[in-house]
Design a protein. Structure first.
Length: 384
């Protein structure tokens, strides 16, 4: 079958899945529950900013769903990651290990902290940071010195943190990554922005390290319009996170006193009201998205097209389904064909090492990242 034939069949198939021949976005929110009621209730309470009962309820709901002891809601996923990095000790002249195949916010948050990103490769089976690539990098570049810190022996900078990302919602091998980080006193922070509702061996993403961060942007499985959260089992880290994200204000009934540099990063009650209603729908959303993934997998098997499937021992939310077209030329032809027919598709993000602000950063061999960046295409994945 020619490319033109299966491209056309794909467009027809997607139109049938979403019951429309008008524009089909990559991932749009669904509001099918109590969203309107709760938002109106928040408005009528007059508590629409960073104080209100919906913020507290939203955090408790996240804790219950993920199994984390503590959740601290923030105004977006980037601010959650920035705060987590500061809590890890990341700062001027430090280094933070991450992967090049990620959304730019991961690396921007590292830069906001004053640290420098260092890139190791992903693994093709998860699209997340490769424990093998991390281990090889650590063996060549790192040592723990008498101060108990991990130092890069070539740059003479402290390696503070490691941030794997659960790409497209698929859980990375954070247990293995965590073992390496623990041996070298590197703080593991999981970027779980895309993976709410994803589990590896029964453990929700974001739970294997010291901290995990979530995103509730408009294109995520659950949305608060804009929003994020830090999840952790460490009570002291949770207290520090809550303080830093509330402008470091000291608790007092009327005085405004601040004893360190803080950030206005708390999630508004209005957004949290939307999030509470969305979280009520999360089990249905995950069920629907996994059903959609199976429909795509069945179609691809019939057409001889490769699709990325959840790694072994995981249950993925399938935030975005991805075709593996194996070839840059075919990828670009597919993108042109589908988008010109109102079916939104997109390539993976440009590798961070190809962006001007990160192109001079230290990196390992990135062969898997390069291959995925050239061949994977995201396809419409909204809840049906």
């Amino acid at each position: 079958m020619t490319n033109q034939n299966w491209f056309s069949d794909f467009v027809v198939f997607v139109q049938r899945l979403f019951s429309t021949d008008t524009f089909i976005p990559l991932h749009e929110p669904r509001f099918r529950g109590n969203e309107r009621q709760y938002v109106i209730d928040a408005i009528e309470s007059t508590y629409v900013s960073s104080v209100g009962e919906y913020v507290n309820t939203f955090e408790k709901t996240i804790e219950k769903y993920t199994g984390a002891e503590f959740a601290i809601a923030t105004n977006n996923g980037t601010s959650a990651l920035h705060t987590a990095l500061l809590l890890s000790g990341a700062g001027d002249g430090n280094e933070v290990i991450t992967q090049p195949l990620t959304f730019v916010a991961t690396c921007n948050a590292i830069s906001y902290s004053g640290a420098k990103p260092v890139f190791v490769d992903i693994e093709s089976s998860t699209l997340g940071l490769s424990p093998e690539s991390l281990g090889a990098f650590i063996n060549e570049y790192a040592e723990v010195r008498d101060d108990g810190l991990c130092w890069n022996i070539k740059s003479n900078n402290i390696i503070r943190s490691c941030i794997p990302m659960h790409t497209l919602g698929h859980p990375a091998r954070t247990t293995e990554i965590g073992e390496i980080c623990s041996e070298y006193n590197i703080c593991l922070i999981e970027d779980a922005s895309e993976s709410l509702g994803s589990f590896r061996n029964g453990l929700h993403t974001g739970r294997a390290g010291k901290m995990g961060t979530l995103s509730f942007n408009g294109n995520k499985v659950v949305t608060t319009g804009g929003g994020g959260a830090i999840i952790t089992d460490d009570e002291q880290l949770a207290k520090r996170a809550r303080k830093l994200t509330t402008t470091a204000r000291k608790i007092h009934p009327w005085l405004y006193e601040h004893d360190e540099l803080g950030f206005n990063y708390r999630l508004p009650n209005l957004n949290a009201a939307l999030g509470v209603a969305q979280m009520e729908q999360l089990p249905y959303y995950i069920k629907s998205k996994r059903k959609l993934a199976k429909e795509y997998q069945k179609w691809c098997e019939e057409k001889g097209v490769e699709i990325f499937m959840e790694p072994p021992d995981t249950c993925s939310n399938y935030w975005l389904n991805a075709l593996d077209l194996k070839d840059l030329d075919m990828r670009d032809k597919f993108l042109e064909y589908t988008n010109s027919r109102y079916v939104m598709t997109r390539p993976m993000w440009t590798l961070m090492t190809d962006l001007p602000m990160y192109q001079n950063c230290l990196r390992a061999d990135l062969s898997n990242s390069r291959a995925a960046g050239c061949s994977l295409v995201n396809i419409p994945s909204s809840v049906v």
